[in-house]
Design a protein around this ligand. Structure first.
Ligand SMILES: Nc1nc2c(ncn2[C@@H]2O[C@H](COP(=O)(O)OP(=O)(O)OP(=O)(O)O)[C@@H](O)[C@H]2O)c(=O)[nH]1
Length: 303
């Protein structure tokens, strides 16, 4: 017996928009669990992290792309090519513009890029509506519709959850008829090690945003259940910085900062995986890793 009703839809969506417009928050709210990394600092999302919305009639796989930005380093270029290749591979794109800020150069820059991706429908998403008045929202809807041709425009709030069901409907309408792509209940297909590395990076970024927001990379070297114990996971991770001076900042006086980062990251990992965790976190200097193709590959940023 086939469990899926006929007309079941499944496919991929991604959200694009300039930094800080609420893409990660939106995806987390749609999926209903913390998968991507949110932070008040711009451009913290570096990887295409997927969350999956499971519904009786559909399965929506969300690929969270990093924000577009003008490339200055090799890392920047790679981020942009990642964004462009993602756009041609999905079934629908959500273009995010916040309700509470005027449309600017950055939004236009992205709208132009999207206009060039002809084969994928683009739904405009006006985000953070909880921060705007009704008049502001109405004004923004008009301004967005003047920006380009969109399949639809939906105002939402990732924070309050308002209109998220409508956004899901609108996106799902654009997916092809297909059986489910992932087993029921599964929320993400990111390897656990990548999610764990992202949680550590998020903890490490707290409080040092101005000093080294883009200079931290984290790699989980090993993740194993402790021998003879089924309630404890050993996690060995390296945090890479670019210079010796940054290492000192990350470690803090007498190691206090690193200890604090380790404690906060461990609590997040325990919450994610539902098990107790022993975290061994070491800081290493990988000189100029953002500009070195070999190091970038090692840290998971492929060509
Ligand atoms: N009030 C309110 N704040 C929001 C909403 N969505 C996001 N924010 C806040 O806006 C900031 C940026 O949100 P993110 O979800 O990290 O934005 P992003 O677009 O993924 O950012 P990048 O990863 O830099 O591209 C965070 O401080 C969020 O808490 C919303 O709907 N309402």
């Amino acid at each position: 017996m086939n469990a899926e009703p006929s007309g079941f839809r499944a496919g991929f969506a991604c959200f694009v928009g300039r930094p800080n417009v609420g893409k990660s928050t939106l995806m987390n709210a749609l999926v209903g669990t913390k998968v991507a990394i949110t932070s008040s600092k711009p451009q913290t999302t570096r990887r295409a992290i997927r969350g999956i919305v499971h519904r009786p009639d559909a399965q929506l796989v969300i690929v969270d792309t990093p924000g577009f930005h003008r490339p200055r380093t090799l890392l920047g270029e790679r981020l942009d090519s990642l964004v462009l290749s993602t756009l041609t591979e999905v079934d629908v794109i959500g273009f995010c513009v916040p309700a509470n800020e005027p449309i600017g150069k950055g939004d236009r820059f992205i709208a132009e890029k999207l206009a060039a991706v002809k084969k994928t429908p683009v739904v405009a998403v006006v985000t953070k509506c909880d921060l705007a008045t009704r008049e502001q929202i109405a004004h923004q809807l008009l301004a967005v519709s003047a920006l380009a041709e969109f399949a639809e425009i939906v105002p939402v709030s990732g924070q309050s959850g308002e209109q998220l069901d409508i956004l899901a409907d609108v996106l799902i309408k654009r997916l092809p008829e297909s059986p489910p792509l992932y087993a029921g209940g599964e929320l993400t297909d990111e390897p656990e090690q990548v999610l764990v590395a992202e949680l550590i990076r998020e903890a490490a970024l707290e409080g040092v945003r101005d000093e080294l927001p883009h200079s931290i990379a984290v790699m989980v070297e090993e993740m194993n259940p402790r021998e003879g114990r089924d309630d404890l996971l050993d996690v060995y991770a390296h945090m890479f910085v670019e210079r010796q001076s940054q290492k000192a900042i990350v470690i803090g006086p007498g190691g206090a900062r690193l200890k604090d980062v380790g404690t906060r990251a461990r609590q997040q990992i325990e919450a994610l995986l539902g098990t107790r965790v022993y975290l061994d976190l070491r800081v290493k200097v990988a000189k100029e890793w953002q500009r070195d193709p070999k190091q970038l590959r090692r840290l998971g940023f492929y060509d």
